[in-house]
Design a protein around this ligand. Structure first.
Ligand code: GUN
Ligand code: ZN
Length: 451
């Protein structure tokens, strides 16, 4: 009998047994130099040294071998706007005028379901080309934009978090809902999509400027009703934005307090940015188990500031942090490129050296923990969903030249994240199926001998 739902990958793999912000990186990271990952019905059933597990391979289990590559859990992007992909690289503005000039007109096009469907397909293809298998995704104010995205995710079989943007003020009329309409649409979408296959819903008020107090409270009421639904919004990204929030909510003690008063600061809450938070807000995020999505390429592109990663990890009140691209303000969908910018920002912001194991943690196991999904995604271990990406540290001539000088797999991770991008994703697997393969020929390691 052909076991069509069983397959295996052979190659070096890396994963985590602990948090490299809490224990030394060497003890947090697991490196299996010649590993075997057995998969069945979308999950990993066994993994470990090839020499120990090879006897489990029956003749009918196809084995894909990736010599000279590094297999990782699929990458996770904790904050991204799929409708903004076509507005990436729009010139010359900081956050608020950038939204007005480029983003609102782009999102208005999603009133047309055909636009949304085409965009969802392009976005998904790009995610997979970049090794990203889970993302927390903003759609637009239009409910069809959510259907289009989840239909695409359902087709591919990815685990995705997404939601309809709520916006009942301070936006163009064609992009506004009302508190009541936003509530009803979200409720229907939760019923339609949350927990369907691998899809998960996030109640998504855009940010405090574009929602009335009433709308934020309605969002909180939805979360009371569906406690395992996610919440995502923007927080404390830009100084003009922060001033405007203070003006609109004079009774609140801080930007985070606006969300807290509405019941939006919770375990499955994901706040984009959080660059300019004070100690009290960081304490509150820690206590609630909320997540800050660190979006370095976006923060640099919009001139928003430097995320204080080291400060968020203070041992007395560590806050969950996950890396994110924040397309269209972000400038790449590559989580490798995003790790590179996070490294530079950490050094610039606090003279802190982000270890490559920490960077990979923030895009895999740490992100999964932040999103309360660590029992399903983010690590390579028996029982986990079989989402994997295959990284090629020899993918480009320069990276291959640099990698050839590394004396261990651990040492390859840093140049890979600094120089790497979509070209380094040899393949992406979702729920045990290959969904992307890079067809360019690998660079021969022999040609590098002696260099
Ligand atoms: N704040 C409110 N909306 C947005 C958005 O679309 N992108 C970013 N970067 N910040 C926001
Ligand atoms: Zn954003």
């Amino acid at each position: 009998m052909i076991s069509k739902n069983r397959s295996a990958l052979r190659g070096c793999y890396v994963t985590f047994r602990d948090n490299p912000f809490r224990v030394p990186a060497q003890s947090a990271l697991v490196v299996e130099e010649d590993g075997l990952i057995l998969m069945e019905n979308g999950r990993i059933t066994q993994c470990g040294p090839y020499a120990e597990l090879a006897h489990l391979l029956q003749d009918d289990i196809p084995v894909t071998h990736y010599p000279n590559c590094i297999i990782s859990a699929g990458l996770i992007d904790a904050h991204v706007h799929y409708p903004q992909l076509s507005a990436i690289a729009s010139w010359g503005q900081q956050l608020l005028p950038w939204l007005e000039e480029y983003i609102f007109p782009t999102e208005a096009r999603f009133a047309d379901p055909a636009v949304a469907r085409a965009a969802a397909r392009i976005f998904m293809t790009e995610l997979l080309r970049n090794g990203t298998t889970t993302a927390a995704v903003y759609c637009t104010v239009h409910r069809q934009s959510v259907d289009a995205f989840f239909e695409e995710s359902q087709r591919v079989g990815t685990r995705m978090i997404a939601g309809k943007v709520l916006m009942d003020r301070n936006a163009p009329a064609n992009l506004r809902d009302t508190a009541a309409q936003g509530y009803d649409d979200s409720l229907n979408l939760i019923r339609r999509w949350h927990g369907k296959g691998r899809q998960l819903y996030a109640v998504t008020p855009r940010f405090a400027i574009t929602s009335t107090q009433e709308q934020l409270e309605q969002a909180g009421a939805l979360l009371d009703q569906f406690p395992d639904v996610f919440m995502q919004t923007h927080l404390s990204e830009n100084t003009d934005e922060i001033a405007e929030v203070a003006r609109l909510f004079p009774d609140c003690t801080s930007y985070l307090d606006v969300y807290d008063k509405a019941g939006l600061v919770r375990r499955r809450s994901v706040f984009g940015h959080g660059i300019h938070l004070d100690e009290e807000a960081l304490h509150r995020c820690h206590a609630a188990g909320s997540t800050l999505a660190h979006c370095p390429t976006s923060n640099l592109f919009l001139g928003s500031g430097f995320f204080p990663l080291a400060a968020t990890q203070s041992p007395d009140r560590p806050v969950h942090v996950a890396l994110a691209t924040d397309i269209g303000a972000g400038t790449t969908l590559s989580m490798l490129g995003t790790m590179a910018e996070a490294y530079k920002v950490s050094l610039a912001a606090g003279k802190e050296r982000l270890h490559p194991a920490q960077a990979f943690w923030l895009a895999t196991a740490g992100a999964a923990q932040a999103l309360d999904l660590e029992d399903r995604i983010g690590t390579i271990a028996p029982g986990m969903e079989a989402d994997l990406c295959v990284l090629d540290p020899y993918a480009t001539p320069l990276l291959a030249y640099r990698t050839a000088r590394c004396d261990s797999i651990e040492a390859q991770l840093f140049p890979l994240m600094i120089l790497g991008d979509d070209r380094c994703i040899r393949a992406t697997w979702v729920a045990g199926h290959e969904v992307h393969r890079n067809h360019s020929l690998p660079i021969s390691r022999d040609s590098l001998d002696g260099q």
